[in-house]
Design a binder for this molecule. Structure first.
Ligand code: HEC
Ligand code: HEC
Length: 332
């Protein structure tokens, strides 16, 4: 094993331990490395301190515009989705609100009770019911994992996907498919981006400040990391994309594959999803890049994704960035 691979393996093991409540996570199946240069789309959290820093069990935390309060340990409980804004969504079925011990963690913990998700996971609100069921089958069979070993949230999803029963899946799919997705992400074109660190499996503003060239990347960051950490569904994000990416993405979406693979042909007018093709409009741009890259590397190889395999075959990092910038900037 080469030096960097060894370092990655070790880091992976540490990260595995670092995710609260995710004991016993297994290394993700080995997949071919991303060949498109899209590694930047899979930010890693640094390992948590060992032993973990003690949590304040007393202070009741709040977020703006909600009367609900939680303590820090309550916000780390993967079997109880924090619900800051209960008036914003229908009653959650038990698997969404609390999961099913010991292995199925609450869907609403990661994907949020609103189903709007966060950049390191996925928006489920408004996805077609059959599509949700099919993706859960792919996680169960192992046909869907991450292109990059050790990525905590995706490994957790893959693991709980194996343990979720048909009844769990049906209840969750019924719930999320009836919600309306709202985007909290502004897509902003810029040559320069704030300097960032990786925390919580995404980029966040470097407390030391400064800026740097964006390069061939999308830098998606929460506007207020403390609010993100409290899992407030109203947390807003900025996705910085290279100058000109949105217009370039619009053109590529129209002309991909000489027009024969134009995204709208399958994903529908306004890219709001139709039939087996899920909506793309207003989804997290970095999520979109990871999925395109995962189809490329084979980390997403379920039967429903066969058509996408052909679509991404010749896709470069720059193309994914442009398409994701464009899709992310559309109204959901
Ligand atoms: C520990 C966090 C976590 C929990 C808990 C969780 N998920 Fe996920 N989920 C993720 C991540 C991360 C992804 C994105 C995986 C990827 O990048 O391929 C995801 C993706 C998905 C997708 C694919 C979405 C798409 O657009 O293709 C579905 C469907 C899904 N989850 C359903 C569920 C259901 C149902 C539950 C509860 C039974 C659940 N998830 C619980 C983290 C989680
Ligand atoms: C021939 C039909 C077809 C075309 C053309 C097509 N798609 Fe897809 N796309 C699909 C289907 C079907 C799926 C669902 C795959 C699955 O079931 O895993 C999908 C899934 C996706 C996903 C994953 C979404 C999620 O929720 O995880 C992304 C991202 C995506 N497509 C982007 C694109 C882009 C960008 C284009 C244009 C360059 C495009 N697609 C063109 C049919 C198509």
């Amino acid at each position: 094993m080469s030096e960097p691979a060894l370092a990655r393996g070790l880091r992976t093991a540490l990260l595995c331990l670092a995710i609260t409540g995710l004991t016993g996570c297994q290394p993700a199946p080995r997949a071919p490395r991303a060949m498109s240069g899209a590694d930047w789309a899979y930010p890693f959290s640094p390992p948590a301190p060992n032993p973990p820093a003690p949590l304040d069990k007393v202070t009741r935390l709040r977020v703006e515009g909600s009367d609900v309060t939680y303590t820090a340990p309550e916000l780390r409980n993967l079997f109880a989705a924090p619900d800051w804004r209960p008036q914003d969504h229908p009653a959650m079925p038990p698997v969404v609100a609390g999961g099913r011990r010991p292995e199925v963690m609450a869907c609403g913990y990661c994907h949020l009770p609103s189903g709007d998700g966060r950049p390191e996971n996925a928006a489920l609100a408004g996805l077609p019911r059959d599509y949700i069921v099919e993706q859960m089958r792919d996680f169960r069979s192992g046909a869907r994992h991450s292109s990059i070993a050790g990525r905590g949230p995706t490994m957790a999803m893959a693991k709980l996907g194996k343990a979720a029963t048909d009844a769990d899946i049906a209840a969750a799919a019924d719930y999320f498919s009836t919600l309306t997705h709202r985007s909290f992400t502004r897509v902003v074109e810029s040559d320069q981006v704030p300097r960032t660190v990786t925390k919580g499996w995404l980029y966040s503003r470097d407390p030391g400040g400064g800026s740097e060239p964006i390069g061939a990347r999308i830098i998606e960051i929460p506007e207020d990391f403390a609010r993100f950490e409290k899992r407030d569904p109203a947390t807003s994000y900025v996705a910085y994309v290279p100058t000109g990416a949105i217009a370039r993405g619009a053109a590529l979406a129209r002309t991909w594959g000489g027009g024969k693979q134009a995204c709208g042909l399958c994903h529908g007018s306004g890219f709001k999803g139709v039939g087996p093709a899920p909506p793309l409009a207003g989804r997290s741009p970095t999520y979109i890049v990871r999925q395109l890259n995962d189809f490329r590397t084979g980390a997403r190889s379920g039967p429903g994704g066969a058509v996408m395999k052909a679509v991404v075959a010749s896709m470069l990092n720059e193309d994914m960035i442009a398409l994701a910038a464009f899709m992310g900037s559309r109204e959901p």
